[in-house]
Write a protein that binds this ligand. Structure first.
Ligand code: ACO
Length: 437
């Protein structure tokens, strides 16, 4: 008897079915054979918010949420953060292997060649109000690149894909920096190709009148590590958006823009901005217990806590906490860290959080570092979007090369009216209920 099957008996008909396991899962389409008769559509699964549905096979990122493990292409994220640069990790995510020295040289040079924005994109940014949210500007400008590179729509051509991937990774720091300069009313700074990816980003953000910008090496390395930690996270909300929009064969600029939009929400990448606002509201350590009581009463959530997949400490939060120390040696300690540490301590001892396995996630500490570096909270999600662009593109490429993937189109369980006839205007309002009332 084959043990690698799931045996299902349909009590409605008495029929039995053997559904083969596929890599530990059941193919939802195998359920469709379970019918009460030829007219029956067959059994579907109902899974709002994808709590238990794998939408793809992926070889990019592995998470074990119970053990707090995160690996890119098999490498623990801790080792990558310690030993690699962000562009090395980007290469790994996209190509499956770490680059050799020669491959890395070619890769870095080609990304560096694509850092400039077309002047029309700069003018496009000029159209935003002085107080526009940087994330709104970022999302729109990434989408607008679609008009600058119309050939990007040929998504099935590997050479076209290769070029757009390099363009996007090269340009997202430039767009991000320009949204920041725009919000301050400062002139834009052109990329400096002598600098590393993180240093050049800092140059475009903070260069003023000095002829050459010199980045603080500790801060540049910390930023690079933060980029590594945010580079991919398997099928999260924004990656799912990237895959769903990309599955219609929209070009990568538009798909990335859709993914950015998903990232911007406070339950996802927007949480880092919300954490800082929350720490401001709490204000001091003695106010934490009262704040936690309100969280437990369901008034609001503790931002930067909880995760769909991690039911243990988010490994990224652990590394960020460690990186914070080196940043604070340069910038001085962010006073919010003490409130955050105490908040974490109290929450992790509280039954409410323990029972629900709610731990700090990546966003809990990242904002505190970003603020110490000089960023306004409105920039935090943009800082997340820069490295995550790599993950989105790796997942998009994998999706397009996967013979099993088609346009993403979920089913629904319809709960509306049965068929009914249109009532002429003069008779509307005289519904059965109101007439009988
Ligand atoms: N504060 C208080 N209670 C929480 C929190 C929180 N941050 N997160 C979850 N809970 C509670 C829920 O109310 C629920 O309680 P119940 O069982 O009594 O109803 C229980 O824990 C389970 O939570 P769900 O909402 O079902 O978990 P889900 O997987 O749907 O949500 C999410 C995950 C969105 C991250 C959630 O934990 C949350 O909103 N956290 C705050 C926002 C945040 O930090 N987001 C960043 C996530 S990391 C990232 O996207 C990069």
């Amino acid at each position: 008897m084959d043990k690698e099957v799931l045996n299902i008996v349909d009590r409605r008909t008495g029929a039995a079915y053997d559904l083969p396991f596929f890599k530990g899962a059941i193919r939802a389409m195998d359920l469709r054979q379970i019918k009460t008769g030829p007219e029956d559509f067959g059994v579907m699964t109902y899974d709002p918010a994808f709590l238990n549905t794998a939408s793809c096979q992926s070889a990019i990122t592995f998470i074990d949420g119970d053990k707090g493990i995160l690996r890119y292409r098999g490498y623990p994220v801790e080792q990558l953060a310690e030993n690699c640069t962000f562009l090395e990790v980007a290469y790994l995510l996209l190509n499956g292997e770490l680059p050799t020295e020669a491959e890395l040289k070619e890769w870095v040079e080609s990304i560096t060649r694509h850092t400039m924005l077309h002047e029309t994109s700069k003018k496009f940014l000029e159209g935003f109000r002085y107080n526009a949210h940087p994330m709104g500007m970022f999302i729109s400008t990434v989408a607008a690149l679609s008009t600058v590179y119309p050939e990007a729509r040929h998504v099935l051509d590997p050479e076209v894909r290769r070029l757009q991937i390099r363009r996007l990774i090269g340009k997202v720091p430039t767009i991000a920096a320009y949204t920041y300069r725009h919000s301050l009313g400062f002139p834009y700074v052109y990329p400096d190709n002598d600098l590393s990816y993180a240093e050049n980003f800092m140059n475009m953000l903070w260069k003023m009148v000095e002829p050459k910008y010199t980045a603080n090496p500790v801060l540049a390395r910390a930023l690079d590590i933060l980029f590594i930690l945010h580079a991919d996270h398997e099928q999260n909300c924004s990656t799912n958006a990237m895959r769903a929009v990309g599955s219609s064969q929209a070009d990568p600029f538009l798909s990335t823009s859709a993914a950015c939009a998903a990232l911007s929400g406070p339950l996802h990448g927007g949480a880092n901005e919300e954490v800082l606002k929350m720490l401001d509201v709490i204000g001091s350590k003695d106010k934490i217990p009262a704040y936690i009581d309100k969280v437990k009463a369901g008034e609001f959530k503790l931002m930067g806590f909880g995760h769909r997949v991690y039911k243990n400490y988010d490994p990224r939060a652990r590394i960020i906490k460690w990186a914070a120390e080196s940043v604070f040696e340069v910038t001085g300690r962010n006073a919010k860290l003490d409130i955050a540490l105490e908040l974490e301590r109290i929450a992790l001892e509280d039954d409410y959080f323990v029972k629900r396995k709610l731990y700090p996630n990546v966003d809990f500490y990242s904002g505190i570092i970003y603020q110490a570096m000089g960023f306004k909270p409105e920039m935090f999600t943009v800082l997340f979007a820069i490295p995550r662009t790599v993950g989105w593109l790796a997942q998009w490429q994998e999706m397009l090369c996967d013979a099993e993937q088609k346009i993403a189109r979920p089913r629904q369980v319809y709960t509306g009216y049965e068929a009914r006839d249109v009532v002429p205007m003069e008779k509307r309002g005289l519904t059965a209920t109101s007439t009988t009332a």
